[in-house]
Design a protein around this ligand. Structure first.
Ligand SMILES: C[S@@+](CC[C@H](N)C(=O)[O-])C[C@H]1O[C@@H](n2cnc3c(N)ncnc32)[C@H](O)[C@@H]1O
Length: 244
């Protein structure tokens, strides 16, 4: 009996590379870094990523990520570095971004079946000038509709109100009825609605009036749950909405 088991074990050990997912350290070329020089000079992407994931968990209010299916819109690379390089336990991570070479890099280099990445060819004057403008007919390249949580870190900071509304509405289709939305933004209640404060007017730094933004999100299938002030330089103003 013992001899049979150890034979079976060594057989499975020899072929374990077929059944286990590889967790190779993710090393990202500098051109795919999307984070501010301020944050990059202070800590590693792994440290800032884990800090932000934990901050989001506390604000949304759940125990841990072990069973969480997370959709990261405008994903960049930081959460992938944080999750993979710290062996962070997460149910599923799906990243979506308009940067085609970065998404190709992640698709090729992240070999773990809990992770997947999708390119979306949406126009953005800075991040994807060759893309197609978002419209109410636009769809994400995803069939999955049971995400627990969708997040946008430093993404609404680069969107017009028209694109933000389409994005929030598109994302609602992919989240469970008891799911949540978390995003960061720049708020300034001295403006009436919205202002792009970037020198080139390319949505480099978009500010919103908080009431205007809340109302905009609530017209797209979400209900306000909580709001938190910034904690610079790591995180701007942030909101939690529940699916409705
Ligand atoms: C400042 S970076 C933040 C990256 C990441 N969320 C983080 O915090 O590390 C903004 C990201 O949003 C992506 N992005 C901008 N507009 C987008 C859109 N309409 N759809 C999907 N991704 C978008 C950019 O390509 C970029 O990777």
């Amino acid at each position: 009996m013992f001899a049979y088991n150890s034979g079976a074990m060594s057989f499975f050990n020899r072929f374990s590379f077929l059944t286990k997912t590889r967790t190779v350290r993710l090393v990202v070329p500098p051109e795919f870094n999307r984070n501010s020089p301020n944050v990059v000079s202070l800590m590693t992407p792994e440290d800032s990523g884990v800090w932000l994931l934990d901050r989001m968990r506390q604000q949304v209010g759940f125990e841990n990520y072990s069973d969480t299916k997370l959709l990261d819109f405008g994903c960049g690379v930081r959460f992938s570095q944080a999750l993979i390089n710290t062996n962070f336990s997460i149910g599923q991570y799906v990243g979506v971004d308009v940067c085609r070479p970065m998404i190709k890099f992640l698709q090729k280099n992240v070999r773990n079946n809990r992770f997947s990445y999708h390119f979306v060819d949406a126009y953005h004057p800075n991040y994807n000038p060759g893309g197609s403008p978002l419209t109410h007919e636009s769809r994400l390249p995803l069939t999955q509709t049971d995400f627990n949580l969708v997040c946008l870190f430093s993404v609404i900071t680069h969107q017009s109100p028209e694109d933000s509304a389409i994005i929030f509405s598109l994302l609602r289709r992919h989240v469970r009825s008891d799911g949540h939305l978390f995003f960061t933004c720049f708020l300034d209640d001295s403006i009436s609605e919205y202002e792009d404060r970037s020198a080139d007017q390319n949505r480099g730094r978009c500010f919103y009036n908080s009431g205007f933004l809340t109302e905009l999100v609530q017209t797209t299938g979400w209900r306000l749950i909580a709001k938190a002030p910034p904690n610079g330089p790591l995180i701007g103003d942030s909101f939690v909405f529940a699916a409705q």
